[in-house]
Ligand binder design. Structure first.
Ligand code: AMP
Length: 251
């Protein structure tokens, strides 16, 4: 859910042809972040917390593909149909398809509130494509935040994750449970386990993260943008460590 006052998040999810911004950033400078971390580590939750704190727009490529799953098959482009078949199996979508999806949404990168890219880039070639895209737009990343946690704990976090079938709010059976089991606190809809959070798909996704995404850590370290955050026991603890690393924990 977009918390930025500047735009309509449907533009990111469904790629509208034009985007009108509501005005310049209300809270000073626009912050532009990339979030890295294995699937299930809690990036989505950190993205929500950072979005509230900095007014930046959370942009998740996984959300774009999940939104496409709810669209009538006949309305999908051949590239999007191909992307969904990779996603269902837990594999990464081919680079060129993802890069085209982000390029179609370049307007969102210009958001006056800034942005939080979650789930993109996932490979070095996606990172190179993003670098060129940002240079063309005269935009600069403030930081690339890498969230880190031992593998066994990542698996535990993913298997407990539940998402609201309607508003997409995220829960965890033990660390962030809803007030009523299986029901969203906000809209009362049933909570579901994501198709790609099933154990078979999770193993494939973690292997893909290790082989394809971990090299991004070196890429962004060389660019001088990398901030490494050891995940805490609670989302709030992780968030506070992040603010501290950004030198933004004073208010
Ligand atoms: P996420 O919610 O970020 O874990 O993404 C869910 C799924 O969408 C992934 O397992 C991939 O199949 C696909 N996906 C999302 N973003 C990307 C990306 N940047 N590159 C390749 N595949 C992606």
């Amino acid at each position: 859910m977009c918390v930025s006052k500047h735009c309509n998040h449907a533009v990111w999810l469904h790629s509208a042809s034009s985007l009108t911004f509501a005005g310049p950033a209300a809270n000073g400078k626009p912050w532009r972040f990339v979030l890295l971390g294995a699937p299930g580590i809690g990036k989505g939750t950190q993205s929500e917390l950072l979005a509230k704190r900095f007014g930046a727009c959370p942009l998740s490529t996984g959300d774009v593909f999940r939104a496409a799953k709810n669209v009538d098959e006949s309305a999908l482009t051949p590239a999007m149909k191909e992307a969904l078949s990779y996603m269902r199996a837990g594999h990464l979508v081919p680079d060129q398809i993802v890069i085209d999806v982000v390029k179609e949404r370049t307007a969102c990168l210009r958001c006056p509130g800034g942005f939080l890219l979650d789930g993109f880039p996932r490979t070095v070639s996606q990172a190179e494509a993003l670098k060129i895209l940002l240079q063309q737009e005269h935009l600069e990343l403030d930081a690339v935040i890498s969230y880190e946690l031992p593998v066994e704990q990542v698996v535990e976090r993913i298997s407990g994750r539940r998402i609201c079938s309607k508003c997409k709010k995220s829960y965890h059976t033990t660390s962030r449970p809803p007030k009523t089991e299986g029901i969203c606190d906000d809209c009362g809809s049933p909570l579901l386990q994501r198709e790609d959070d099933r154990p078979e798909a999770v193993r494939v996704r973690l292997a893909a993260y290790d082989s394809k995404t971990a090299p991004l850590i070196d890429f962004y370290a060389k660019e001088g943008k990398l901030i490494r955050i050891a995940c805490g026991d609670t989302p709030q603890e992780t968030f506070e460590r992040t603010l501290q690393s950004l030198g933004q924990n004073e208010g």
